[in-house]
Write a new protein. Structure first.
Length: 277
């Protein structure tokens, strides 16, 4: 039962999806990070569904589908990860010491760099999604390749949540208080690390359902997320002395944009090029 409670806590904490209320006990929080990829799976499925509705059913323009699509992850999560992105942008641009940066992360107010950072991020992210919806509308994308492109956002969102959870149970913590520290303290760390790595492997194997092209796409997403993950570890350690919940949110936003970027590049080079089949 504790595993079920952990899933309920994970989904209710990191999404706006309605879930039954449960009491947050330490034993019920032990496997929350194991369930974190489920939130990504639901988020990716919601975005994939919107792409299908916009492009196939309602025949919206690629631009409108991309613009509305950029809002879907924020609506599903309630913007909790974007909040971490904003706080981190302010902290990084303070150029203060570690203590000052950690204090800025706790500050409920947003500064100019947070606003600028979000504006730049959303412009880039929406532009990448517009490229993706344009590829979905391409005459050269049909059959198995089309199904693969609608499915790959699910792979990307699920995998990045696995890496984010892995950082909480494997990376040093910047402080011993806060959401990330609470989940880390309650975690069965060895089991959760193995489970999260299994989620990553599952994502790659799931992409292989679409043949060699799907496997190549899954490996491309894995590669770029590993690069962002390594950069996230280095940045969080050097700038903050470890990870926090806000930094995990920052990582997810960066990873999300990077994943779609590699999917756009992959699609242009491989799918439209006719190599995916």
């Amino acid at each position: 039962m504790n595993g079920l409670y952990s899933c309920i806590i994970a989904i209710s904490m990191y999404s706006r999806l309605p879930m039954p209320k449960v009491e947050w006990r330490k034993e019920r929080m032990a496997y929350v990070m194991c369930c974190f990829p489920i939130v990504g799976l639901l988020e990716g499925a919601a975005l994939a569904l919107w792409f299908w509705l916009g492009m196939k059913l309602f025949r919206f323009s690629e631009l409108f589908t991309a613009l509305a699509g950029a809002a879907v992850p924020l609506l599903v999560t309630g913007g909790i990860h974007m909040d971490g992105f904003l706080d981190t942008m302010d902290a990084l641009h303070s150029y203060g010491d570690r203590e000052r940066k950690l204090n800025i992360l706790k500050d409920p107010h947003i500064g100019a760099f947070a606003v600028i950072g979000m504006a730049v991020y959303m412009l880039i992210y929406t532009g990448i999604l517009y490229e993706y919806t344009s590829i979905l509308a391409s005459a050269g994308v049909r059959g198995r390749s089309e199904g693969m492109l609608y499915f790959l956002p699910v792979v990307a969102f699920t995998m990045e949540r696995a890496f984010s959870g892995l950082s909480v149970v494997a990376f040093p913590l910047a402080k011993q208080e806060g959401l990330a520290a609470g989940f880390a303290a309650a975690a069965k760390k060895r089991m959760e690390r193995l489970a999260l790595l299994a989620w990553v492997a599952f994502c790659v194997l799931a992409s292989a359902l679409f043949g060699i092209g799907g496997l190549a796409a899954g490996l491309a997403v894995l590669s770029v997320q590993l690069l962002v993950f390594a950069w996230y570890y280095r940045m969080s350690w050097r700038q903050f002395g470890g990870v926090t919940g806000d930094l995990a949110g920052f990582f997810l936003q960066v990873c999300e944009a990077a994943s779609f970027g590699i999917l756009v590049l992959f699609s242009k080079l491989v799918v439209i090029g006719g190599l995916a089949g």
